[in-house]
Design a protein around this ligand. Structure first.
Ligand code: IVH
Length: 679
């Protein structure tokens, strides 16, 4: 006799259990695609629907709820204190090198110790700027997460780490050791950090100093519900204690295995060879540093062969087989000796801190911007204060904040002067605006000088060789009062300037002559109208077709153009209404010949189409693509939305591609773009 049929109720319960299993698997899969690969396949609403269904079923069958269920990420009860965790294997730190010489010495030491005479293979990885954690997986289920602590004992932060969506609560795949300790870094991506601080500011709360501190503070919350609101992320970079199972034989393969089991691994990790490989990787990452979505403070090279790692062993608390190659610090501490006020092209007054010179981000910095008076007030910065200076990549060094607890007695408040330090005109600050301005207009030598620098700059009429210093000399010597004067200079006049020979003077004259045929868009940009950047200048050129039409345009005509709102429209009209500007333009038109756009607005191939560009293009830069698209009448936007017509996707396209796919936006590559432009 066969087994009796189960009663109805039991049958339904079995079906629910199966459905629960299926829902968990699907949710885990989609959460992996979303949080780890940044490449979702289903819309958020669909995910929410599945999640809700699972929640309902688990409510019906509380006995079927397991800790690795996706519904169980956020724990209910806040802790009183963190428990101590003894690491089964110590969590080590890394030795640092700061130069190529030190790196070479490191390589020499280990090749000698190994007794080999070849280029050693390394796994190169970014040195993530967060905090190290250990994750223990027992039979594929996350059972414990701990901070590094002193290396031997850390704190149990399991509840908090569980809230990090990219950390799998259960691993999947084959050959997973029964006991597996994964090590890696918890960090806060830059975008999440900015957003978190923006929210804190809105609520009048204290902001975090940097993503690292924010990550540390978030992980050490006793209430997991708070941690769950913090945008934390995780990358695995090593394994610790392992039982009942074998791992691959190289660091690179171990990371691949971790990735296959569902753990997030940094996409920048790379297998390299010898010192050349290390140095190339270092420079490449240093260049990308500011574009990466998270903070790094150097790179780590790890001997790839585990057998070599075992031979090399450890000294004190660091392995001999790995080293961190640090980037020059981007933040340093120094004193504000004084504050000056600089006048920009549009009269904007910028407070600039004169510093006790300090080496930061690879160069010596003696000036740093304080942005505006509101920023000074917000950061409560005074002359004589000890401050953090930050210089990241090509950006202007800035004063980040006062070193806490360092304020001395004699510090002086910074006050906005009432008169322009250059021309003596009144300084005004319009209610509700952060920026104060000199009212001198083109009477002000500083504003004139800046206007001329802008006119000559690369994106404007592009006068090769006419740099900032030279413009200052020309204005100082009284040779140039407005941009028109540039076209009236003689070789002799230029040669008379300090450090200027006849040859360079001739070259400059030739370069000035070359700028006599600017495109309409470049000329509009070069005029330096407030808030008219390159893109707006191109739209204006396209819409009006010639300068006279733009000069005569009224507010309604301007507002019809995409991206132009009432404020920019007002700036444009004010600019052309100004008698001095009219005079300069009239004289300028006698010196130059504007290249008009070839086609008018309506018969452009891509008029009315909106594009977004993402990823790395191969045949052109993004700027070139933007220019091409705009000159064909298209609009180029920074973010994908329902209004986007096309996404131009290059290599390594990330979240924008995912979003475009989700919204059903047409995705094109460079060859398709050419075809569109040709049509
Ligand atoms: S490996 C045995 N890899 O750097 C080597 N550490 O100074 C142990 N870190 O506490 C660490 N990125 O917090 C390793 N790709 C990376 C890392 C990394 C950041 C941190 C980690 C560690 C510290 C050591």
């Amino acid at each position: 006799m066969g087994k009796a049929e189960p009663p109805e109720g039991e049958k339904a319960a079995n079906e629910d259990a199966a459905r629960i299993g299926e829902l968990r698997e699907r949710l885990n899969h989609h959460s992996y695609l979303y949080y780890v690969l940044d490449n979702p396949e289903i819309p958020d609403s669909e995910y929410d629907r599945l999640y809700h269904e699972l929640q309902q079923l688990e409510r019906l069958h509380p006995d079927l709820v397991t800790p690795d269920s996706p519904t169980q990420r956020v724990g209910e009860t806040p802790l009183k204190a963190f428990e101590q965790v003894r690491h089964r294997m110590p969590m080590l730190s890394l030795d640092n090198v700061f130069s190529e010489d030190e790196l070479a010495a490191f390589l020499k030491r280990i090749t000698e110790r190994l007794g080999i005479d070849m280029d050693l293979a390394f796994n190169a990885e970014p040195k993530l700027d967060g905090l190290a954690v250990s994750l223990v997986y027992e039979n594929s289920v996350l059972t414990q997460a701990a901070t590094r602590g002193d290396g031997s004992t850390g704190e149990d932060v399991t509840q908090n780490v569980r809230t990090i969506h990219s950390v799998p609560l259960r691993l999947s795949g084959s050959n997973i050791p029964a006991l597996l300790e994964v090590r890696g870094e918890v960090f806060m991506p830059k975008a999440g950090f900015d957003e978190l601080n923006r929210r804190a500011l809105d609520r009048g709360e204290k902001t975090f100093v940097n993503p690292r501190n924010a990550a540390a503070g978030s992980l050490r919350q006793l209430d997991p519900k708070v941690t769950a609101t913090r945008p934390l992320a995780f990358y695995a970079y090593a394994t610790g204690f392992v039982e009942q199972g074998v791992l691959p034989e190289t660091q690179h393969q171990i990371l691949s295995a971790l990735a296959q089991w569902g753990l997030p691994v940094c996409p920048e990790v790379k297998l390299i060879n010898g010192i050349e490989g290390c140095i190339a990787y270092y420079h490449n990452l240093q260049q990308q540093r500011n574009q990466l979505p998270y903070d790094i403070d150097g790179v780590v090279y790890k001997v790839n062969e585990i057998s070599f790692q075992k031979k090399l062993g450890y000294v004190a608390r660091a392995p001999r087989w790995a080293v961190a190659h640090k980037f020059p610090a981007q933040e340093e501490i120094t004193y504000i000796a004084n504050v000056d006020f600089q006048v920009g092209r549009t009269g904007a007054i910028t407070p600039v801190a004169r510093l006790e010179p300090v080496f930061v981000g690879g160069v010596t910095v003696s000036n740093a911007t304080l942005h505006n008076m509101d920023e000074i007030e917000r950061k409560d910065i005074r002359i004589g204060d000890k401050v953090f200076i930050r210089r990241a990549g090509d950006v202007i060094p800035e004063v980040v904040r006062v070193v806490p607890g360092s304020r001395a007695k004699g510090v002086k408040k910074i006050r906005l002067p009432r008169k322009c330090p250059v021309c003596g005109s009144d300084i005004e600050r319009i209610e509700g605006e952060a920026i104060a301005r000199c009212t001198g207009g083109l009477i002000c030598r500083a504003q004139r000088t800046e206007a001329i620098k802008h006119y000559a700059s690369r994106k404007a009429v592009d006068i090769d060789g006419l740099g900032d210093k030279l413009v200052e000399q020309l204005v100082e010597a009284g040779l140039v009062k407005s941009v028109v004067d540039l076209y009236r200079l003689s070789t002799e006049q230029i040669a008379s300037l300090e450090r200027m020979g006849r040859k360079s003077a001739k070259n400059l004259i030739a370069a000035i002559d070359d700028s006599r045929k600017p495109t309409l868009a470049r000329l509009i940009y070069a005029l330096g109208i407030r808030e008219v950047g390159e893109a707006t200048a191109r739209s204006l050129a396209l819409a009006f077709g010639n300068l006279q039409a733009l000069i005569e345009a009224d507010e309604d005509a301007l507002l019809e153009i995409q991206d132009i709102g009432p404020i920019v429209a007002r700036h444009i009209m004010n600019f052309f209404a100004e008698a001095h500007n009219q005079q300069v333009i009239n004289e300028l038109l006698r010196e130059i010949e504007i290249q008009l756009p070839s086609a008018s607005k309506s018969n452009q191939p891509l008029t009315g189409k909106t594009f977004v560009i993402t990823g790395a293009l191969t045949n052109m830069t993004r700027e070139q693509a933007t220019e091409l698209l705009q000159s064909a009448g298209a609009k180029v936007s920074g973010s994908v939305s329902a209004k986007t017509d096309y996404l131009l996707a290059g290599e390594k396209a990330g979240s924008k591609l995912a979003k475009a796919e989700k919204l059903g936006v047409e995705i094109i590559d460079e060859s398709k773009l050419k075809a569109l432009l040709g049509s």
